[in-house]
Write a protein that binds this ligand. Structure first.
Ligand code: ZN
Length: 276
């Protein structure tokens, strides 16, 4: 079920929202990033890995949203990591007994909720803010932490393989989804994140978004520019000419998400008394 996108880097794409799980081959086993959504898909991934004699040595969640925090028992008991801010957010959101039921009810689409195993949701260890790379025995995976989309969101750069794992930025199917709940300035945070990512992107041949299709070298800057143009258009209240919300959009609910972001932004301006 795995497809190689660069030397020693493989992905599996879920049918749910084109969610990409990433497997990185190391010396004695693999690193699994955002392992997937449905239980049977994660079990299948675990199966394929064990059939080819590969042990999961570590896991990583790019950000504290349910579809990036899942795990399956058959993937084993390797340490799972996220940024410190990601882990703290998860701890906070899962702190009460009803949290998982609430997530299932509010966030997971009803048609797949029965297939999403929540028992190992969010069991991640936070890596301190000074941690520059994922601690594991394999190619160096640099953590590019920023605050776009969710607290403690991480893009990951595997420089020696020329791969950028973008989490929920740089998608060809999802517009930038701003984090209106957790941050003082979601717009500036998003633009700052894109700038950080752009600073690392020159060495990249392959971009793997959390959802959507894998892009080649020609796509990196195009996707950064497209995300940036979307955010600017949102701020300026201009008509958005973005294929991800246009008539040919992959998801017909994306224009609705765009409308809600406009409303959120307007409410925030009213609250803060900012002109425009
Ligand atoms: Zn997300």
């Amino acid at each position: 079920m795995l497809r190689q996108v660069a030397e020693g880097v493989l992905i599996h794409q879920s049918e749910f929202l084109q969610t990409n799980a990433v497997v990185v081959q190391g010396r004695a086993g693999v690193l699994v990033i955002d392992p997937g959504v449905r239980g049977d898909e994660m079990a299948c991934l675990a199966n394929d890995l064990s059939d080819s004699g590969q042990t999961v040595m570590a896991g990583f969640s790019t950000h504290p949203h349910w579809d990036h925090l899942l795990w399956h028992a058959s993937l084993g008991v390797a340490p799972r990591y996220g940024t410190a801010r990601c882990a703290a957010t998860v701890r906070d959101r899962l702190s009460d007994a009803g949290a998982k039921a609430r997530i299932a009810e509010q966030f997971i689409p009803p048609d797949i909720v029965e297939q999403v195993p929540l028992d190992l949701l969010g069991l991640i260890t936070g890596l301190s803010a000074e941690t520059e790379q994922i601690p594991w025995d394999g190619p160096e995976v640099r953590i590019i932490e920023h605050q776009a989309h969710a607290p403690g969101h991480a893009a990951l750069l595997i420089q020696e393989r020329g791969v950028l794992i973008a989490g929920d930025t740089l998608s060809d199917v999802l517009i930038p989804l701003l984090d209106f709940g957790d941050t003082a300035d979601p717009i500036e945070d998003y633009l700052a994140a894109l700038q950080l990512i752009e600073g690392a992107a020159d060495e990249v041949d392959v971009v793997v978004p959390g959802h959507g299709s894998v892009g080649g070298a020609d796509q990196i800057h195009a996707r950064i520019d497209q995300d940036r143009a979307y955010v600017h258009a949102l701020v300026e209240g201009q008509a958005v000419s973005d294929p991800r919300v246009g008539p040919s959009a992959t998801y017909d609910w994306m224009p609705g998400v765009h409308e809600r972001q406009l409303e959120n932004l307007a409410r925030r301006r009213e609250r803060d008394g900012t002109p425009g």
